[in-house]
Design a protein around this ligand. Structure first.
Ligand SMILES: NC(=O)c1ccc[n+]([C@@H]2O[C@H](COP(=O)([O-])OP(=O)(O)OC[C@H]3O[C@@H](n4cnc5c(N)ncnc54)[C@H](OP(=O)(O)O)[C@@H]3O)[C@@H](O)[C@H]2O)c1
Length: 331
């Protein structure tokens, strides 16, 4: 369902959404507080074109839906239309679309597999944003680069500030950090938005994994010594759509509000879904995942407030809406 091949060239996601029969905005009070009525939209929004990478992933899919809802022309691409590791392809597609901004959501996101696939991961997560940033620089286009809490080393318990020193502990985290540096070296008009523990309707994520595991297991072991904040890509897409029309450039953190451990997140998922299963808290060491992950992934979102951006709702509220979205979509 998630990987259909587009019929031609640059892929427009209005088509994609229609084919997938995924639901558009049901019961979303939060949604409606953001979307401006057509008459109140600025000329800039109405005339803007935004190129969105990773449209067949979780975030890219929701970003295109959100932009379209606001009347902003969104052109969604994925690896078939624009392989971000191929500089010539990136150059050709961006020039062809001629956008006002690029929201770069594509990435190599398999954190554990990255430990074994360093070369590919680096190509996608470092060369990819560098290729995009070069064209954005040459054409004077702004860029939003999506990054991750895994750029931090996870020490302490204080929420990380955007300006804190990075110290990634995994191949994935290291390459995302290098991707940030590549964008910062090439561009002045950039946003770097670090998110964490993402879940959305279109793709694989922890919530879907937990619900699927519960179909075949009575007991599920979940790590209880890593703390962070989940990010509903639907909510994040709205912030990115707010951001892209501004020039408030810089590094930001953007997750849903509140924090939890993966174990607490799992318990909440089963509570929301009304699923009975025995959840056992374990340490990262006991769980033994191939990639190291930060114990403290909490990130401060104060900078969003300081710059007049509306922060995302609490993660429990987001999870409640997401489980309803899954049910409505029959997933
Ligand atoms: N998921 C999370 O929990 C999480 C947490 C923190 C930060 N982030 C960041 O948030 C952003 C969005 O994540 P997501 O969860 O939406 O990712 P996702 O669902 O894995 O989607 C990423 C998309 O990028 C595509 N892609 C991979 N290689 C590509 C290439 N060479 N050229 C063009 N497209 C390529 C993928 O295609 P294939 O599937 O075919 O490879 C996929 O459709 C990423 O920057 C990610 O690093 C994610």
């Amino acid at each position: 369902m998630r990987k259909e091949i587009p019929p031609h060239g640059v892929f427009h996601t209005a088509v994609c959404a229609e084919r997938r029969r995924l639901p558009y905005g049901r019961g979303r009070a939060y949604a409606d507080s953001h979307a401006l009525p057509a008459g109140k939209r600025s000329g800039m929004e109405r005339n803007m074109t935004v190129l969105v990478t990773g449209v067949r992933g979780q975030l890219g899919y929701d970003v295109v839906r959100e932009l379209e809802k606001r009347g902003i022309k969104a052109v969604g691409v994925d690896v078939q239309e624009m392989d971000i590791t191929d500089a010539a392809s990136v150059d050709r597609v961006i020039r062809e679309v001629s956008p006002d901004a690029v929201i770069h959501c594509a990435a190599y996101t398999a954190v554990d597999a990255a430990e074994e696939n360093q070369e590919l991961c680096r190509k996608v997560n470092v060369d990819g944003p560098r290729n995009i940033a070069r064209v954005c620089r040459d054409l004077g286009i702004k860029m939003i680069q999506i990054s991750t809490d895994y750029v931090f080393d996870g020490s302490g318990s204080r929420p990380w500030e955007p300006g804190d020193a990075c110290g990634p502990k995994s191949v994935y985290g290291q390459t995302k950090y290098e991707g940030e540096l590549a964008v910062q070296e090439l561009l002045e008009q950039y946003f770097i938005v670090r998110i964490a523990w993402a879940f959305g309707i279109n793709g694989k994520n922890f919530v879907k994994t937990m619900l699927n595991l519960a179909k075949t297991h009575d007991t599920i072991r979940v790590v209880n010594d890593q703390f962070g904040s989940p990010t509903y890509t639907y909510d994040l897409a709205r912030l990115l759509a707010d951001m892209v029309v501004t020039d408030k450039y810089g590094v930001y953190h953007a997750t849903n509000e509140g924090d939890c451990s993966w174990y607490e997140f799992a318990c909440a998922i089963f509570e929301e879904a009304g699923v009975k299963v025995n959840v056992i808290p374990v340490t990262s060491e006991e769980y033994g995942a191939p990639a190291n992950r930060p114990a403290n992934s909490r990130m401060s979102k104060e900078k969003l407030t300081e710059n007049g951006f509306e922060r995302l709702p609490h993660w429990r509220d987001a999870l409640h809406r997401y489980v309803a979205e899954l049910k409505a979509a029959g997933i």
